[in-house]
Design a protein around this ligand. Structure first.
Ligand code: NAD
Length: 401
């Protein structure tokens, strides 16, 4: 089948790489630099190798493009564009809107349109379908379905093939066609009774993590105040073989999913007249962690960070990836600067960030570890400053969160 994948980022390129083993894939992205790189066979996503892309190109099964007309003739269109929050932390569907426009204006026949972007229940039925109908000049009767993405970039044990995938269509035919499409490259498909259930399940999966991360971050603060080692407490609780799932304290949450998706659920809840109190409180706790950490570091260093050289180690939001979206390192740097510190950062995996290059892992008065990549050795971190504060639990010998 000819398949168009709208958006060639983490989700879109991953799905493209798997789909291109069985279908003819056109990867549409507005970013001309990404498109040019992809057509040279260069991957920009962890977990998808450049060799994979090259093989699909040589087999004639993959092409990236910024040109909307190239999606004409597609039988399946998958939407994988960003769904961020706006300045008021409300759902921002502008990328979905522009994807709908490209689809509506360029499809040359009826197609199955599947949304993989994370959004609130009702998005495919009440937003994507009407938006495509509004923009469509040709008025084809498309089918619509949802199959939320669960990819975890950089993860090796679970991928597109072996991660169970939820799906549901707006009609029985859309559901059946969605199953047929994904079954060509996914082993485990889970049909649910409506697109809204699939959309809500995706949001709840990430809300579950957000709330539990906040809870454990609160426990870290309580434990410190009581003089108890939080990680030993969590290891101890983790010996219970049922009814407990271990989460670890951290500098906060980052990436596209955990800091964002719960607010999509909170927003739709509010519109339905329900206050999402857990989600709001969890957001507050996680967003306050950088300020809490800066306060601890200040207290340990004579009550003032004025003029002190502070090195933030690891600015990616998680280990071994270069992704800095919503990274708590950003809020931590702000909090440290507010206390008068002179802040630099080191992250060889990220390399450059906000137009600046990674600083040396040396010569600081204070180092604060936000993310510990495997390539950054603990002994080098410990040598980088006389005082090292570790939020990850991985740098033994440092002051622990
Ligand atoms: N990254 C993850 O781990 C992950 C996991 C599950 C779900 N998701 C969800 O998947 C969606 C996509 O996330 P991502 O991480 O792939 O984002 P991304 O930023 O990595 O990639 C999105 C791509 O879409 C392109 N784009 C934006 N508007 C476009 C348009 N109108 N037409 C074509 N291309 C357009 C951008 O240039 C970018 O390359 C989001 O809803 C996200 O919440 C992400």
């Amino acid at each position: 089948m000819k398949v168009a994948i709208i958006g060639q980022g983490y989700v879109g390129l991953t799905i493209s790489a798997f789909a291109a083993k069985h279908h003819q894939v056109v990867g549409f992205d507005l970013n001309a630099t990404i498109v040019a790189q992809l057509n040279k066979g260069i991957s920009h996503i962890e977990g998808i190798s450049s060799d994979d892309i090259k093989q699909s190109i040589y087999a004639g099964n993959y092409k990236a493009t910024s040109c909307g007309v190239e999606i004409a003739g597609s039988e399946i269109v998958v939407i994988a564009v960003p769904t961020p929050l706006d300045a008021d932390r409300k759902p921002d569907l502008t990328y979905i809107d522009s994807a709908c426009k490209v689809i509506a204006e360029n499809l040359s026949g009826p197609a199955l349109i599947i949304n993989e972007s994370t959004s609130f229940p009702g998005t495919i039925r009440n937003y994507i379908k009407p938006t495509i109908v509004k923009y469509s000049r040709q008025k084809f009767e498309h089918e619509y379905a949802i199959s939320p993405e669960r990819v975890d970039p950089g993860r090796e044990d679970f991928n597109q093939k072996n991660t169970p995938r939820l799906y549901a269509g707006l009609t029985p035919e859309a559901t059946a066609r969605t199953r047929d499409f994904y079954s060509t490259f996914c082993d485990n498909l889970v049909e649910v009774s409506s697109p809204e259930v699939a959309e809500a399940a995706k949001l709840f999966e990430n809300t579950f993590r957000q709330v539990n991360i906040a809870l454990v971050n609160e426990l870290a603060q309580i434990s410190h105040a009581l003089g108890i080692d939080v990680r030993e407490t969590l290891d101890a609780a983790g010996t219970k073989p049922y009814g407990f799932m271990k989460f670890s304290p951290s500098a906060g949450v980052g990436g596209h999913c955990i800091p964002v998706d719960p607010s999509y659920l909170a927003d739709v809840a509010e519109k339905a007249g329900v206050e999402a109190t857990f989600i709001k409180r969890a957001n507050e706790v996680n967003l306050a962690m950088p300020t809490y950490i800066a306060g601890r570091v200040e207290k340990d260093n004579g009550g003032s960070l004025k003029g002190k050289k502070v090195l933030v180690v690891g600015v990616a939001y998680k280990p071994n990836v270069a992704d800095t979206r919503e990274t708590p390192a950003e809020l931590l740097i702000d909090a440290l600067r507010d206390l008068g510190a002179i802040v630099t950062w080191n992250d060889p995996v990220v390399g450059s960030w906000h137009g600046a290059e990674s600083s040396a892992l040396a010569g600081a008065d204070i180092a604060v570890v936000v993310t510990k990549h495997d390539v950054v050795k603990s002994e080098d971190i410990l040598k980088s400053a006389p005082y090292v504060f570790d939020t990850t639990g991985k740098v033994k010998g440092a002051v622990q969160l």
